[in-house]
Design a protein. Structure first.
Length: 96
């Protein structure tokens, strides 16, 4: 990622955070990202893994597919992409 992208990142409010040894667990609420995101970061390698939690009232598979396709084509952390998708009111079925 280039320097200008790092300086223009917006801060997205986490729902909760827990430190366990060298791992940082954190979540984002559905109001922020569309679906609840659960993330874990290995603080020794800076590796981050995230997943969304299914919601019976939303087309979860379409949202996951669109977010994954978007992640594969651009820089950014998963929660930034999910936040952007929710903030723009993107209909993942139409995007796919």
């Amino acid at each position: 990622m280039n320097k200008s992208n790092q300086n223009t990142r917006i801060e997205i409010q986490q729902e909760s955070e827990l430190l366990v040894g060298s791992y940082r667990w954190f979540t984002y609420s559905p109001e922020v990202t569309g679906l609840r995101l659960v993330c874990v970061e290995d603080l020794t390698t800076n590796t981050v893994v995230s997943t969304s939690i299914a919601n019976l009232e939303k087309r979860t598979a379409a949202q996951r597919a669109w977010a994954s396709a978007r992640q594969s084509r651009s820089a950014g952390m998963p929660w930034e992409i999910w936040h952007e998708m929710g903030g723009k009111g993107v209909d993942p079925d139409q995007r796919l």
